[in-house]
Write a protein that binds this ligand. Structure first.
Ligand SMILES: C[S@@+](CC[C@H](N)C(=O)[O-])C[C@H]1O[C@@H](n2cnc3c(N)ncnc32)[C@H](O)[C@@H]1O
Length: 261
């Protein structure tokens, strides 16, 4: 199929040109400029049709191109891990701020997913990181991203719940960060989100299950903890005496606990 016919077909299927271009770039390996200037170039029909069909059903474009820009870098993502969200970049900014302010050396992330959070922090600071996830795919993808950004010698990744895989290191960990599952189980999510892993999203009836378990499991004395939260979950943390900060859309977004001087 010629590029010009592929674009026409995409339009007929309700797909914006921008997305069709992204798909054609992915299939052909050609640049945006090449695609625009070579309308008669032949691309693989079968691959194009398959991806157009998937996209029509809400399959995320980031899984098609296998990447997402997050903070300052382009991370590898694929089915089985959450696509990092722009609003989560605030968690990275705050963590870096506290690492510098309190001269933090060792950090840990629960639920690394693609590794976008902890790897972004390691790139910007000289910290050593410990990351966990209950998903094999997340562990695999985080390791790939750690290599890509050359932080694999400072990032220890293990499969398991919460910080259990690193109990021996717990006392040395100064800052804990997480963007955990926090969606209530009856929430109606956009079509695209349904392609993402359930264990990355849902956290029981009120979406607070992960936080409750975490708070019951660990003694946080001497630690700094930053957790991403849902827009309606701030009061849960305020009642516990945590600080809650808002994102750029003015929604409660990060719960912060600091026991450091
Ligand atoms: C919302 S996603 C966040 C992924 C990534 N940190 C990000 O922000 O893009 C939550 C992640 O936590 C993992 N997870 C869920 N429960 C967990 C638990 N109890 N312990 C460790 N990881 C968990 C999921 O597999 C998923 O990768």
């Amino acid at each position: 199929m010629k590029i010009k016919d592929a674009l026409e077909l995409a339009r007929k299927n309700g797909l914006p040109d921008l997305e069709a271009h992204i798909i054609i770039r992915f299939i052909s390996g050609k640049s945006k400029e090449f695609i625009i200037s070579h309308p008669n170039f032949e691309i693989d029909d079968e691959k194009f049709l398959k991806l157009i069909e998937k996209r029509k059903n809400g399959y995320p474009i980031q899984y098609i191109v296998k990447g997402k820009e997050f903070y300052k870098n382009w991370f590898y993502v694929d089915e089985g891990v959450l696509i990092p969200r722009q609003e989560t970049e605030l968690l990275v900014e705050k963590a870096i701020e506290f690492i510098e302010k309190y001269n933090v050396k060792k950090i840990a992330e629960i639920g690394v997913g693609s590794g976008a959070i902890i790897i972004s922090i390691l790139i910007e600071t000289k910290t050593i990181g410990f990351g966990t996830d209950i998903s094999d795919k997340a562990i695999e993808i985080t390791k790939i991203n750690a290599k890509r950004f050359k932080v694999e010698d400072r990032l220890f990744i293990k499969k398991g719940p919460f910080l259990e895989p690193f109990v021996e290191n717990y006392n040395d960990i100064e800052l804990i960060i997480s963007n955990p599952p926090y969606v209530r189980e009856d929430a109606i999510l956009p079509r695209e989100v349904l392609w993402e892993p359930k264990e990355a999203l849902y956290a029981g009836k009120d979406g607070l299950e992960f936080y409750r378990k975490f708070l019951n499991m660990y003694d946080l004395s001497g630690k700094i903890v930053l957790m991403e939260i849902g827009h309606d979950q701030g009061d849960f943390f305020r009642k516990l005496g945590w600080n809650v900060i808002k994102d750029y859309s003015n929604n409660d977004r990060i719960a912060i606990f600091i026991d450091r001087r």
